[in-house]
Design a protein around this ligand. Structure first.
Ligand code: SF4
Length: 400
């Protein structure tokens, strides 16, 4: 390398450090060029204020951010996290599969598709009864969960009889009455179904984009990316908060991960909740031999999500079972502020309750109460105002 190149490289690094130190994030693609072969654009990247909410991120900016040295990225993400969230608070959520198996969709990572039931040997079950689900929600609440998510292996409620959808609406009403945030993941929704869920008191609707638009065809062919975006738009239109994220380890490139993040961060409003999942390969599925992401790849994805979507709750989701406590700690530092608790995540195993209690204690974490505003001072997840006294009340409730 020539002297001029070395000096220019050092200056680039110095200018990047200064930009970060005074609260300004990556001012120019030049500053990042040395760190990444993925910093493809020669066009100047607009100045971004660290911690400010933007919905006009460009793919090349996100790719450059994705390629930053990990510890610098985590440092910035931790700063953003502290601007918008109480870093001690990590929400415990419980996800229950209320209708397992027999799904007509073909997500290549999923054990619940009927297309490979011969290989996975997973038996289709009926939709659970209301009482059984409420009992599970009660147990989850006793164990510190403040958000209860119900999942069905459906293409969408339109695929099943109205009686089954009515039953889910009843579950929603009853869980909400327990004072928990209630989330559902039922597949594709029509605008009318979204309104019915809203009227039943649903807090959030989960509908993951899984991966980039470019790679989506490799993940499933039974629906299009656009179908996902339409459901997300219907959910938003109905006034339900959006939970939407992805899965790492589906065979995608890093560019796909950056592309997924760009889609999420350029929605008209950021999702209030972004789950980041690591693939847990399941025997018998087409993706059984895919290599799950490393812990540090998860940390990187969480840090990028935190910087791009400062006010969002970033959820460290599936695959946590394979992470060391140290990696999980880095994820929390990088801005993750939710985990899933309970023995299972739909059909894949999850961390033990006692392990989590120990981790929380060791890291000085506390459970995030239900209905904390998503962004500092913003509306809470059910649209009501959140006051300091409500916060204290919720913390008291959690202790009992
Ligand atoms: S991920 Fe959901 S939609 Fe896809 S096959 Fe599994 S249950 Fe069905």
């Amino acid at each position: 390398m020539s002297v001029v190149a070395r000096v220019s490289r050092a200056l680039s690094r110095a200018s990047l450090s200064r930009a970060c130190a005074d609260g300004r994030v990556v001012a120019s693609a030049n500053a990042l060029r040395d760190h990444s072969s993925a910093a493809m654009s020669q066009t100047a990247t607009p100045t971004r204020e660290l911690g400010a909410v933007y919905t006009d991120w460009r793919k090349e900016e996100v790719r450059a951010m994705y390629a930053r040295p990990l510890l610098e990225l985590v440092h910035d993400a931790a700063r953003v996290h502290r601007m918008h969230h109480d870093p001690r608070q990590v929400q415990r959520c419980t996800l229950l599969s209320i209708k397992t198996g027999g799904c007509p969709e073909t997500c290549n990572y999923c054990a619940q598709s009927s297309s490979w039931k011969g290989e996975t040997k997973l038996k289709a079950e009926k939709l659970m009864g209301v009482d059984e689900v409420i009992e599970a929600a009660r147990r989850a609440k006793e164990q510190g969960s403040t958000r209860f998510c119900m999942g069905t292996a459906w293409r969408g409620p339109s695929q099943v009889g109205t009686g089954q959808f009515e039953r889910v609406l009843e579950m929603t009403r009853e869980v909400k009455e327990m004072g928990m945030e209630v989330c559902a993941t039922l597949g594709m929704l029509t605008p009318e179904q979204a309104v019915q869920l809203k009227d039943a008191g649903l807090t959030a609707y989960n509908h993951n984009l899984d991966t980039s638009p470019e790679y989506y065809g490799k993940v499933t062919t039974s629906r299009k990316y656009e179908d996902r975006l339409n459901t997300i738009a219907a959910v938003r239109e109905a006034g339900i908060s959006v939970c939407c994220g992805g899965i790492l380890g589906l065979g995608e490139e890093e560019a796909d991960r950056a592309s997924l993040m760009t889609v999420l961060a350029t929605l008209p409003e950021h999702p209030e909740s972004v789950p980041i999942n690591a693939l847990v390969p399941v025997e018998g599925t087409p993706f059984k031999d895919m290599k799950p992401p490393s812990g540090l790849e998860m940390v990187r994805a969480i840090a990028v999500a935190r910087i791009l979507m400062p006010a969002t709750v970033v959820r460290l989701s599936a695959g946590r079972i394979n992470m060391t406590p140290e990696t999980q700690a880095l994820c929390f530092l990088a801005g993750a502020n939710s985990v899933f608790t309970g023995d299972k995540l739909l059909t894949t195993p999850n961390n033990e309750k006692d392990e989590d209690a120990f981790l929380f204690e060791e890291l000085g974490l506390e459970g995030r109460p239900a209905f904390v505003p998503y962004g500092a001072g913003g509306p809470s997840s059910d649209g009501s105002e959140w006051t300091e006294s409500m916060h204290r009340q919720a913390q008291q409730q959690q202790k009992h």
